[in-house]
Design a protein around this ligand. Structure first.
Ligand code: MG
Length: 386
């Protein structure tokens, strides 16, 4: 089998831009993948880079990476694409590109063998994949508590929120001083207290700090909120300083989760080696795709660390993550954006099968879904020239 074509579409049906791609072969089998990146700009960069793999006029590098290759050689092609970028910096944009391609290659392999991806990844460790989802904190403690109750009534048993977001949200991806005002801190506690009171002691509460804090602020917030029995405090500090994370860890008992902005197996080595996190949360469309998620999960397994894939983009991210999590023993939960469900289902056929806080995968070959190009093109990102 040979790869004959590579197509990419950027769509923005629900506030964020999602990058979908399709790899075609000479045997009529096509695989689909996702390589979405935060912010319209991020996805545009990824989409254009993917297109270079087909369209670059210089034939020695990007253009010869995929077309003409055997799509069954997933690991070799992963390395071939990834290593193209080593001189540019091999994390972030390059790993998003690799992720989308890797997911599509697994879809092709599954379809060629007539088996679902989870089956050829090692087979089922479970029949369905447990999710967690998000409480909207933006309308205050009472509204957050009501939202939490509605999600619990739908069957969700773990809820995540960023209670600092009213003050820190405008600084998202714009880290400056790493501090929060006393008012912002108090508001955050009111939100978490209201959610805990609404859902009772058995529902798990997770906090996402989005890396917005310096060391003393993160430590103070974590210790202040620990009485609400947090399952984890996510990204207390920005991802580039493992020393900062270590300092935070030494000053609190609140469990820590990191990893959405760690790319490839290599970035997770210091986390495991220095015991920096209780949970890891790699992102399948950022860290390197299905292959990389499986490898990172196995590394975590050797350290008895649970894995909980980050999920904030489009539907193939959730589906690809679910396929890997079907196969790993050390699984906690898969993140799922309940608020994007309608847009997710617009992009794919058949729709996601979400029931009672779980995602169920079918036994159809490959990922088990196809892209709905009519919907994707109808919501094309205006900054994407097609
Ligand atoms: Mg996060």
């Amino acid at each position: 089998m040979k790869i004959t074509d590579l197509k990419v579409w950027l769509t923005r049906p629900a506030g964020r831009t999602w990058v979908f791609l399709q790899i075609d072969t000479d045997e009529g089998i096509s695989g689909v993948g996702e390589a979405s990146s935060p912010g319209g700009g991020g996805s545009i960069l990824v989409g254009r880079t993917i297109r270079l793999l087909k369209e670059a006029s210089y034939t020695g590098e990007f253009r010869d990476t995929l077309i003409g290759e055997n799509p069954m050689d997933i690991d070799r092609l992963w390395h071939k694409v990834y290593r193209r970028f080593t001189a540019l910096g091999s994390r972030g944009l390059p790993t998003a590109v690799v992720s989308g391609i890797d997911i599509a290659l697994w879809d092709i392999k599954g379809k060629a063998l007539g088996r679902p991806v989870y089956d050829i990844l090692g087979g089922k460790f479970r029949d369905k994949v447990l999710l967690y989802t998000h409480v909207n904190p933006s309308k205050g403690p009472k509204a957050a508590a009501d939202h939490a109750k509605r999600l619990v009534a739908e069957g969700y048993t773990a809820l995540k929120t960023d209670p600092f977001s009213e003050e820190m949200g405008p600084q998202h991806r714009r880290y400056t001083t790493g501090t929060i005002s006393p008012q912002g801190e108090e508001k955050a506690e009111e939100i978490i207290a209201a959610i805990r009171e609404a859902v009772g002691p058995k529902v798990e509460i997770l906090i996402d700090a989005h890396g917005n804090f310096n060391v003393p602020t993160a430590v103070r917030l974590m210790n202040r909120l620990s009485k609400y029995n947090l399952t984890w405090f996510e990204e207390p500090c920005q991802p580039e300083s493992f020393d900062a994370l270590q300092q935070v860890r030494q000053q609190t008992d609140v469990p820590i989760s990191v990893g959405e902005r760690l790319y490839t197996r290599y970035d997770f080595v210091p986390v495991f080696k220095n015991r920096l996190a209780d949970y890891i949360m790699p992102d399948i469309v950022w860290t390197g795709g299905i292959s990389e998620m499986k490898k990172i999960a196995t590394m975590a397994e050797a350290y008895y660390i649970p894995i909980s894939p980050h999920d904030a983009m489009g539907p193939l991210q959730a589906i690809a993550g679910a396929h890997v999590m079907m196969t790993v023993p050390n699984f906690y939960r898969l993140e799922f954006s309940r608020a994007s469900l309608e847009a997710h289902n617009g992009c794919i056929n058949p729709p996601l099968d979400i029931r009672n806080g779980y995602i169920h995968l079918s036994d159809r070959p490959g990922l088990g879904v196809e892209l709905n190009l009519d919907y994707i093109k109808a919501h094309s990102d205006p900054d994407w020239e097609g």
